[in-house]
Write a protein that binds this ligand. Structure first.
Ligand SMILES: Cc1ncc(C[n+]2csc(CCO)c2C)c(N)n1
Length: 222
């Protein structure tokens, strides 16, 4: 007993490292990522964000306390009012019109990841759902920090992906990530070894699905 979030990343170390340092991520850092791969990723990420908004709505439904309900509401609001608007604006800068986003066919990797998270939330409790969401929220913050610490990473105008790194390295995003880490640490402190093993398997699967999402971008997979 007495687990914390870092015990999840330690237990799933190989998958976690493969996700954080994926070739797609390295290509964002050293500006070598093929622009077609980035555009494909951005398009699928639009669909991804819509399903993640639904996952926060499910977190509201699964909440037992007013605090948890408010937190879910804030997560849903952040995606609808901030992330999606930013994303649509960002897509426009990359030559992708909003009308095209709405008509996109969903890639298998998007379908698998988003529905896995929703199913995990339906099957389990609020902690299962938060653990399934953690590779997304905590992972992207860690990726931005990891990129900033790599000597190959180019920052500023020399890198067309600089705005992407800046978004997840921003104080606002890092604060949201730390709030989530605190919430997870408090819940994980109380779980039994058997329950921790279940949560590890959720965390590992969601992390593997994030890896597939990067790979889908690289391979322009549908
Ligand atoms: C495949 C994929 N994984 C994670 C994120 C990052 N992200 C998506 S929703 C959300 C919560 C913010 O309100 C965060 C951090 C992404 N965009 N695409």
């Amino acid at each position: 007993m007495g687990y914390r979030f870092s015990d999840l990343t330690t237990a799933c170390q190989d998958d976690w490292r493969a996700y954080i340092g994926h070739p797609f991520v390295c290509g964002l850092g050293n500006a070598t990522l093929d622009e077609r791969a980035f555009r494909h990723y951005l398009q699928q990420d639009y669909l991804f964000l819509i399903h993640f908004a639904r996952a926060y709505a499910l977190a509201g439904y699964k909440s037992r306390t007013l605090d948890d309900l408010r937190q879910a509401h804030e997560g849903l609001r952040a995606i609808l009012d901030v992330e999606l608007d930013l994303h649509i604006g960002y897509c426009r800068e990359w030559g992708i019109a909003e009308a095209d986003l709405a008509a996109l066919p969903e890639a298998r990797a998007t379908l698998a990841y988003t529905r896995y998270v929703l199913d995990t939330g339906h099957r389990g409790d609020l902690l299962d759902l938060h653990v399934a969401l953690a590779p997304c929220l905590v992972g992207y913050g860690e990726i931005a920090n990891w990129l900033n610490a790599q000597s190959f990473t180019l920052r500023g105008d020399a890198n067309p992906y600089d705005a992407w790194i800046a978004m997840y390295a921003s104080d606002d995003f890092q604060a949201a990530m730390h709030a989530e880490l605190e919430w997870l640490d408090a819940r994980l402190a109380e779980v039994t070894p058997r329950r921790f093993a279940e949560l590890c398997s959720v965390f590992r699967d969601a992390t593997r699905l994030e890896i597939d999402f990067w790979q889908m971008g690289l391979e322009l997979a549908s």
